[in-house]
Design a protein around this ligand. Structure first.
Ligand SMILES: Cc1cc2nc3c(=O)[nH]c(=O)nc-3n(C[C@H](O)[C@H](O)[C@H](O)COP(=O)(O)OP(=O)(O)OC[C@H]3O[C@@H](n4cnc5c(N)ncnc54)[C@H](O)[C@@H]3O)c2cc1C
Length: 294
């Protein structure tokens, strides 16, 4: 491990300036649960770590006139405990609850989770299913992008090496939207996802049809994806187990899961089908106040 400098920034602007001045060999650090492992394993070799964990602007979970704003430094534990998340986006707490063990959840941030951009990250599917937006700060100021456009590939995002993820926004129209998260790992606890999926939908009160269905999948491709054909299929057909099963089958055709020591690609395809069906079914039950409604 090569030696590196450490500097703490107290504002987003200062952090961005330090990153730019030392690009590409400086790296932000938030909870450090990922980045220190990456350094130990030689996956990254920064010459400087820029500690952003004390920046007040990156903290907090609050309702604004545009929706639910989650600062990038919100830890998984804060998300699990937040009354606002519980009220407006409880599936996000379900996802955070599956991350590592309590120590990792106490330190690890949702922003760090997204920026890590490993295909199996658990923070992305629910936010993608709720059409979340993210704010990015760089030399040109602030920019807002859809989370679905944030990931470029394994460990790669649109941030590059000199920008900061400021916050995530769940738009007002999607607060309280019925959403379900499902994850399958090789153990019940402390397991990375073989597959994770989030499904969200509204139900048209007059027709009983699902509308604005979203299905976001992780660990099935180099980056988290939307199963857009399956989403459209659910909206176009009468909701029920048959439609949700077929949507699972369609979702699997949009994925390109890997074959590795943890599971075969064929097994992962099977998991996509099953988990997508379950997530849709649970989201529909929530929306209609059915047995699994919250
Ligand atoms: C034992 C263990 C179990 C784990 N289990 C899971 C799991 O089940 N599911 C899961 O999804 N993850 C898991 N993780 C991964 C990790 O804990 C999470 O991804 C965590 O949320 C990362 O947050 P962090 O604040 O610690 O990130 P850091 O380690 O501080 O940073 C991660 C990356 O993001 C960058 N970064 C951080 N914040 C910002 C920002 N605001 N702007 C720009 N760049 C930023 C850093 O430069 C770095 O590249 C596990 C990790 C460990 C050690």
């Amino acid at each position: 491990m090569q030696p590196f400098d450490y500097v703490a920034a107290d504002s987003v602007e200062k952090a961005v300036k330090i990153l730019i001045d030392n690009s590409p060999s400086a790296r932000p650090v938030a909870g450090a649960t990922d980045v220190l492992n990456d350094i130990r394993r030689g996956l990254v070799e920064p010459r400087m770590l820029v500690d952003i964990s004390g920046i007040a602007e990156l903290q907090g979970i609050e309702i604004t006139d545009r929706g639910l704003r989650i600062g990038s430094l919100a830890t998984h534990t804060e998300i699990i405990k937040s009354p606002l998340i519980k009220e407006h986006a409880p599936a996000l707490a379900d996802a955070s609850l599956t991350v590592g063990a309590v120590q990792t959840r106490n330190m690890g941030t949702l922003g760090g989770n997204l920026v890590s951009a490993v295909p199996s990250l658990d923070g992305a599917p629910v936010l993608m299913a709720l059409d979340a937006l993210v704010t990015i700060a760089g030399s040109a100021g602030r920019e807002e992008v859809a989370l679905r456009d944030f990931f470029l590939g394994p460990r790669q995002t649109v941030l590059g090496t000199d920008r900061i993820l400021v916050d995530m926004l769940i738009p007002k129209a999607n607060l309280g939207k019925a959403t379900s998260f499902a994850k399958f790992g090789l153990r019940k606890g402390q397991a990375l996802a073989l597959i994770n999926v989030a499904a969200s939908l509204h139900v048209d009160a007059a027709t009983g049809r699902a509308a604005q269905t979203r299905i976001a999948l992780g660990a099935v491709a180099p980056k988290p994806i939307h199963a857009s054909e399956a989403e459209a299929f659910v909206d176009a057909n009468a909701p029920g187990e048959e439609t949700f099963s077929e949507a699972g089958r369609i979702a699997a055709t949009q994925a390109s899961p890997i074959d590795d020591f943890r599971a075969s690609a064929a097994y992962r395809i099977e998991l996509i089908q099953v988990l997508t069906r379950r997530a849709l079914s649970e989201a529909y039950s929530q929306a209609t106040g059915g047995p699994e409604g919250r």
